[in-house]
Design a protein around this ligand. Structure first.
Ligand SMILES: [Zn+2]
Length: 67
């Protein structure tokens, strides 16, 4: 693994991220702005639900990580 392997954004989670959750808060951000949270398999659902429940979530992209 390289040193720049992306890590899950969930609090205290050291797992490598497998997904990028792309979101935008229209109250804070212009429409062209994209914020990204990284998530591992385990946290993808809870993090995306957190964003989706606030209508911030735009999409979930799988991260292309070399095996
Ligand atoms: Zn995680």
């Amino acid at each position: 693994m390289s040193d720049d392997a992306p890590i899950c954004s969930a609090k205290g989670c050291p797992a490598p991220a497998s997904y990028a959750l792309v979101w935008n808060n229209p109250k804070l951000h212009t429409p062209d702005r994209e914020k990204i949270w990284l998530a591992c398999e385990e946290h993808r659902e809870s993090l995306s639900h957190h964003l989706a429940s606030r209508s911030f979530l735009r999409r979930v992209d799988p991260l292309d990580r070399p095996a």
